[in-house]
Ligand binder design. Sequence first.
Ligand code: SME
Length: 164
Amino acid sequence: MSYALAFSATDAAELWAEAGAAAEALVAGEPDGIANMANISALIWQAIPDLNWAGFYRFDGTELVLGPFQGKAACIRIPLDKGVCGAAARLRATQRVEDVHAFPGHIACDADSRSELVVPVVVGDRLVGVLDLDSPRPSRFTADDQTGAESLVARIAAALAGQN
Ligand code: SME
């Protein structure tokens, strides 16, 4: 496959659809979950505007551990009762936070972050980790971004889990 990815949509839903299709092609046939997380964080970083952090935390059976990402160096371990990422993992539900300063327990890894979208990665009943997107813009993430990110994750969850 070609690694020269290009994204042309301007509408968020279409952009996520393009990103989701590219993501599926990128992980096709690759069983290494970390390699897939690395490429998908790069793909999202390239495709989705106004992000200051994009990447994964992996669930080690106890807590979340930093995985492949784009952006500044970040906190390494996040207990499930802490932060936006912990909430997404614990509740197995996407957290879309308009203003991170108003979220109780938000962990400020990058002081530039103002809004955040965290999607749990679940395969069957196994929690694999979370996809975490941060933006320096308040209320950056819309319902379309949430739906788009959730469907991208759903399309490639097995590949992220190393079960491709
Ligand atoms: N803000 C996240 C921590 C991870 S960093 O943003 C990369 C949280 O509150 O869980």
